[in-house]
Design a protein around this ligand. Structure first.
Ligand SMILES: [Zn+2]
Length: 269
């Protein structure tokens, strides 16, 4: 690191990111933390965005935003910024939180030390190593002909429906997670699991792994502890959908586009 090169500071105060008070939203760029007039409790280099080196930085809970900057809730920034920016902000948030919650060994309480060249901390007493926690989750579009199985969780914005999702449990393959979750949440069986893509989701530390699957049998039977309502929706009559930047929405949009093309082709023939 040359110490004259300005880097991007992804600085967090609790769950809030320090950004410039202007549109489009961006994080401050500075050579050193003194230039920003902030005191820092932790910093780590976390990658590159647009050719600029990025630092994840933790600030004291009473830190005040320098002039021309504000603290904004990271969730509120989702969808208003470009994907590379949001991904780096999410990565920085998770690394800062990992540092906050792994300062001491969970086994014997000894203060941990960084492992050189690795995203890891180690207990100097018992040797246990602590990596940032990631929680893989399956997100699943269940299709039946031209219909999609859509459901509402109690925490959703009013009127919004999405595809189903659930966390992978220890000892489980992602395929087993999908079949178990769909059976538990809505009582149906699925088959023909096709991988769609994945999306990191930093609230708090998920990796959403998307699959499109086919309905294989069973009547809808909702688990009310997880699902408020669920139903089969035709692709030309869908309810309010999740935001465009979500993998759930990307899966729905792709499925609808593919079915729509298939129908045009069969109508034309
Ligand atoms: Zn230990």
């Amino acid at each position: 690191m040359t110490n004259t090169e300005a880097v991007l500071w992804f600085a967090l105060r609790e769950e809030q990111l320090l950004v410039r008070d202007e549109e489009p939203v961006g994080v401050p760029s500075a050579v050193s933390v003194e230039d920003l007039g902030l005191s820092v409790t932790f910093e780590q280099e976390v990658g590159v965005v647009d050719g600029r080196r990025c630092l994840a930085v933790d600030l004291p809970t009473d830190a005040e935003a320098p002039e021309g900057m504000v603290f904004r809730d990271l969730r509120g920034l989702w969808g208003v910024d470009d994907e590379a920016f949001f991904k780096m902000a999410g990565r920085a948030k998770q690394i800062v939180e990992w540092n906050r919650t792994n300062r001491f060994c969970g086994r014997d309480g000894t203060e941990t030390v960084p492992v050189p060249m690795e995203l890891a901390k180690k207990c100097p007493r018992c040797g246990m190593v602590f990596y940032p926690r990631l929680s893989p989750a399956a997100i699943v579009l269940v299709s039946r002909g031209d219909e999609i199985l859509m459901a509402r969780s109690p925490g959703f914005p009013p009127g919004m429906y999405s595809v189903l999702a659930g966390f992978v449990e220890p000892g489980e393959s992602i395929e087993e997670t999908i079949k178990r979750e769909i059976r538990e949440e809505v009582g149906v069986e699925v088959e023909n699991l096709r991988y769609f893509g994945s999306q990191p989701w930093p609230f708090p530390n998920s990796l959403m792994i998307g699959f499109i699957v086919d309905y294989a049998g069973g009547e809808l039977r909702i688990d009310p502890s997880e699902i408020e309502d669920a139903g089969w929706y035709r692709i030309d009559d869908l309810p309010q959908l999740p935001p465009r930047v979500s993998i759930a929405r990307a899966m729905i949009d792709e499925f609808v586009a593919r079915r729509g093309r298939g129908r045009q082709a069969s109508e034309a023939s």
